[in-house]
Write a protein that binds this ligand. Sequence first.
Ligand code: THU
Length: 159
Amino acid sequence: MKQISINTTISVLSKDELSQEEVSLMDQAVEARAKAYAPYSKFTVGAALLLDNGVVIQGSNQENAAYPSGLCAERVAIYYAGATFPDAKIVKMFITASPQDRELDEPIPPCGSCRQAIAEYEFKQDLDIAIFFMGAKGNIYKSDSLKNILPLVFDKNHL
Ligand code: THU
């Protein structure tokens, strides 16, 4: 039997190691998380996207009494960006997530559906998206591309 090993690289950063632009994106993600509508899970997520036209888009999770009708913060932000600035490229994305009543200090990765949605835009724009994610405090994980956190990605080339 032949096996394939998949290696991936994630950088672990403290806030001090972020550039000024990244700290400001982190602040926008924190601001977005404060606007989450999460009355059911009480788990709040904020995302901020930096576009190549300089615009920053915020998104937060939006829940619904019919649970599956809600949407994650990352996809709220990404679809808004795609719908509002269809020709802009997403350069960086910052995500922060934590339960409402406590401050997680471990990085929370985007869910599988959000990774697939991010993949679509990375392929569409033909430019890697740097993805930063954290809890509410503590270290930040950085992936230089979606492909690092979704190896064996399904994309339009398979159709
Ligand atoms: N959530 C996100 O916003 N992003 C993720 O990547 C994972 C989960 C939201 C969905 C739901 O409102 C809550 O977190 C609990 O799953």
